[in-house]
Design a protein around this ligand. Structure first.
Ligand code: S3P
Length: 450
């Protein structure tokens, strides 16, 4: 990120109806995995539709530091796969930037490699809990050191130093439903002797399981029991692919879909977007709130359903209760859904979303702060929050302070589309996952100036 980009501000004004057909950049979660698993294949893998954000760039840079050739040109990448054994000790620290997925997935990857690596991150990532991933990896035999967390004596924070090799499989029940943690253990399990069994308290996104199965890894996943079994006994150790396609990111599309559901007169279609059922809670929530939504599956990519979502404005939304499995299936979309609820009729409740406290920012606190700034009544609870919807009354404008959290920045911008006053948002934060956010909204008719 250059100095000048760091100071760029997006100015959001009250916008007329949003109308049009668009697509969004590649799914961030799937792009991390396409790059990383591509590096574990033998030979060249072409990735089409790669995510364009800073987080995916962190994964590409970390792979290059481990000796993997990765060339990125727009949304196409070419990764020269070297297999697990082709990875080389990095000459410097691996900087994971703002990306928790990069840090946690690389913990699992490097836990099995016979050399030491230091993983660092930006100030936001340096506050995020890593004990949850270090604990099981240590049980498998990896040595992992980090900073102790002053808030929680048993906690561990980046930077992390991992000395890997000689892993053994374990049976492990995850303390939280987390795809990052699950994926780290799968990557370690593929390099371990014996079987690794992982069980989750709820079903988190399953892109790792789907993609690894597609690439020929010895993995079995049961979404009903929420158990994943990895057994590399007798496996060649090779993943096989020559070209993969990443669907558009539903988490990015969510901001456009919510915008279309709240800006009067809108009609927006997002094409070629991922519709993995572990991610579609946002669509179910919007539908339950009375949004006019049409979802069509059109194809499949790497075992992932892909399709088109159309939202037509249909008057004020109803309040919602977003909790349990629905909350888990929309965990990254809670900032967008909070905006929908802030403009709906009635009082909405978000529960069972305590994990939001340890995302790129404390998202419960960030959402509460930004909604309150916009004049919306909001109350935090220990595992969530309440929002009193305005029923269409315009929110206040002002300066969004996202605390380096891309989804808070975009949620603030969408709220600004309905305000009579100007809203300003730092553009650099948005670029973490969705650098074309403003450009796409502008083509749909939003009043946005950089
Ligand atoms: C992700 C998993 C989720 C999600 C994050 C991306 C992934 O985090 O919130 O944005 O790509 O595996 P947790 O694993 O912490 O639930």
């Amino acid at each position: 990120m250059t100095e000048s980009a760091a100071q760029e501000i997006l100015r959001v004004g009250r916008s007329p109806s949003l109308r049009g057909v668009c697509s969004v950049p590649g799914d961030k979660s799937i792009s991390h995995r396409a790059l990383l698993f591509g590096a574990l294949c033998r030979g060249a893998v072409e990735i089409r539709g790669l995510g364009l954000g800073g987080d995916n760039a962190s994964t590409a840079a970390a792979l290059r530091a481990l000796g993997v050739e990765v060339q990125v040109s727009g949304s196409t990448a070419r990764v020269e796969g070297r297999g697990f054994s082709g990875l080389r000790q990095a000459q410097a620290e691996l900087d994971c930037g703002n990306s928790g997925t990069t840090m946690r997935l690389f913990c699992g990857l490097l836990a099995g490699r016979p050399f030491a690596t230091t993983l660092t991150g930006d100030p936001s990532l340096s506050r995020r809990p890593m004990g949850r991933v270090a604990k099981p990896l240590r049980l498998m035999g990896a040595r992992i050191e980090g900073h102790s967390d002053p808030q929680r004596p048993e906690g561990l924070l980046p930077p992390l130093v991992i000395a890997g090799g000689n892993l053994r499989g374990i049976d492990y029940a995850l303390p939280v439903a987390s795809a990052q943690l699950k994926s780290a253990l799968v990557l370690a399990g593929l390099q371990a002797s014996g079987k690794t069994c992982i069980e989750e308290p709820g079903l988190s996104r399953d892109h790792t399981e789907r993609m690894l199965r597609f690439l020929g890894a010895p993995i079995h996943a049961d979404p009903v029991t929420r158990r994943v079994v990895v057994d590399p006994t007798g496996w060649t150790g090779e993943l096989i692919a020559s070209a993969v396609e990443v669907p558009g990111d539903l988490s990015s599309a969510a901001f456009l879909l919510v915008a279309a559901a709240v800006v009067p007169g809108s009609d927006v279609t997002v094409e070629r977007v991922g519709l993995n059922p572990t991610r579609t809670g946002v669509l179910d929530a919007l539908q339950a709130m009375g949004a006019n939504l049409e979802v069509f599956q059109t194809s499949e990519a790497m075992g992932e359903p892909v399709g088109r979502v159309r939202v037509r404005w249909a008057g004020p939304l109803r309040a919602a209760r977003i909790a349990g499995d629905l909350a888990l299936r929309s965990i990254d979309e809670i900032p967008a859904l909070a905006v929908a609820c802030a403009l709906a009729e009635g009082r909405s409740e978000f529960a069972d979303v305590g994990e939001l406290r340890v995302k790129e920012s404390d998202r419960i606190a960030s959402i509460a702060r930004e909604l309150a700034r916009a004049g919306i009544e909001v109350e935090q609870t220990s595992t969530g929050f309440w929002v009193q919807g305005t029923g269409g009354r315009p929110p206040k404008g002002g300066r969004v302070s996202p605390d380096r959290d891309h989804r808070i920045a975009m949620a603030g911008a969408v709220l600004g589309l309905l305000s009579d006053e100007e809203t300003t948002v730092p553009s650099e934060d948005i670029a973490t996952s969705f650098p074309t956010f403003a450009e796409i909204l502008r083509t749909l008719g939003a009043d946005l100036k950089s």
